[in-house]
Ligand binder design. Structure first.
Ligand SMILES: [Mn+2]
Length: 435
């Protein structure tokens, strides 16, 4: 199946080869920044120059390009046929989002997207992986596999299908190493465990509890995560699992961090999870060039990247600490109402996965003209409760709109009808749960 995608990637290379200078627009998240890093590295190796911009999306228009250039879209474009159809230059899209509508290109056009090649672009090939395929048609660029893995982890994809092929290629080439262990940060146990967000262990600003935990597990806080012996790793894993379950976390989260860790041998940050989170935080605070610089292996960006990551991480942990006290219990749901919070999704995700996994979780962010709702539950509960349906029905009742998946859904509702909405969500969940 990858053959069809590779054939399309070769067409992309033909297009690229006709240009000395290339205009690139990339999505600003980890997958987009990694894609840009992969393409940029491979272009420079062919003595090509480029101009790169990161965008939040393609909605707010105003693309700054020249008609006689090649315009490349990374990790976006497939879902915006109208906007792409208006671009008056040659266009290359490298994306993994589901292609929508029909693109009517003005000039030459190449579209590299796993969905168009019969591959699963949602979980089995990221934009960074797709960019890696293109880069390896342009030249021998297997050393960029570690950057591809960064995008894969960032988009919460699985090491399956195309992604698994890339990781295997990276391992064979010696650029990625797969080790037994836990998918957590590198560093001293005492430093790493309190700032971990996935998994969230609730040790942040709880030094005594942490020391107690380490002592019971028979581990020294000064031990380096990467240097733990098998037996120590097993004790740590067992203790972490117990901690998560005691905190009210779901057993479903355990498989996400247990078993394997990846070392990126060619990158500035060798722990794959740390590389992903550093670049993610750079993207979140609009410090794109720092994240991109790290993907370009330019060590002068590294200190700044770590600083941004630490600040971002502490702000998120402080927010979780503050918000978890505000969580309320209804009959069949737990919910949280916030006013003008910077984000709803990440908070709802952490609280529902690691602290309140026993009931469906609803977070409402009330803004001036609209209240934004994020709801989450476990796979197990989603077999009984369909949050997509619940959000749809409850939002409709209060004059809003909602929907989504069984496990994760959302809604936009009028800000003055939040209470009524929560009551209806609670009622619908009780009906589903038979309470
Ligand atoms: Mn992506």
């Amino acid at each position: 199946m990858l053959d069809i995608l590779k054939a399309e990637a070769r067409k992309a290379v033909e297009l690229i080869n006709d240009y000395e200078f290339i205009r690139i627009f990339a999505h600003y998240d980890v997958d987009g920044i990694s894609s840009a890093g992969i393409l940029a590295n491979s272009l420079l190796r062919k003595d090509k120059r480029f101009h790169l911009s990161f965008l939040n999306g393609l909605n707010n228009g105003n693309l700054d390009y020249e008609r006689d250039e090649l315009t490349v879209f990374l990790d976006m474009g497939s879902g915006y046929p109208d906007i792409i159809s208006e671009v008056e230059s040659d266009v290359l899209i490298i994306d993994h989002h589901f292609p929508m509508g029909k693109i009517k290109p003005r000039k030459r056009f190449v579209h590299v997207n796993p969905h168009l090649a019969g591959l699963d672009g949602s979980f089995e090939l990221s934009a960074s992986g797709t960019a890696y395929i293109v880069a390896n048609q342009l030249g021998k660029n297997i050393d960029l596999s570690g950057i591809a893995l960064t995008g894969i982890i960032g988009d919460k994809q699985k090491i399956k299908g195309g992604n698994a092929e890339i990781v295997t290629e990276g391992i064979t080439g010696g650029y990625i190493e797969e080790r037994k262990g836990l998918l957590i940060y590198s560093g001293k146990l005492r430093d790493v465990l309190p700032i971990s967000v996935e998994p969230y262990l609730d040790f942040y600003k709880k030094d005594e509890e942490l020391e107690d935990f380490l002592e019971k597990a028979g581990l020294d806080g000064d031990m380096e995560v990467d240097e733990l012996e098998d037996e120590e790793l097993r004790r740590l894993s067992d203790a972490i699992i117990l901690r998560i379950l005691e905190n009210g976390g779901s057993e479903e989260v355990i498989q996400d961090f247990l078993g394997k860790r990846y070392i990126l041998k060619a990158e500035l940050i060798q722990n794959a999870l740390m590389m992903t989170d550093v670049i993610n935080s750079c993207g979140r605070v609009s410090a794109f060039s720092i994240g991109f610089g790290i993907c370009m292996r330019d060590s002068k960006f590294l200190d700044r990247g770590y600083e941004i990551w630490k600040k971002f991480q502490t702000e998120l942990l402080d927010e979780i600490k503050r918000r978890k006290k505000e969580v309320k219990l209804a009959n069949c749901i737990r919910y949280l109402t916030m006013n003008d919070a910077p984000t709803t999704g990440p908070i709802a995700t952490i609280l529902s996965r690691y602290l309140y996994s026993d009931l469906p979780f609803v977070a409402v962010n009330v803004k001036k003209d609209i209240a934004k709702v994020s709801s989450r539950t476990t796979m197990k509960l989603s077999e009984i409760v369909d949050l997509g349906q619940v959000m749809h029905k409850a939002a409709e009742k209060v004059g809003g709109r909602g929907g989504g998946h069984r496990v994760a859904a959302g809604a936009n509702i009028p800000p003055d009808r939040v209470n009524e909405f929560i009551e209806e969500v609670d009622r619908l969940c009780c009906t589903a749960l038979g309470k």
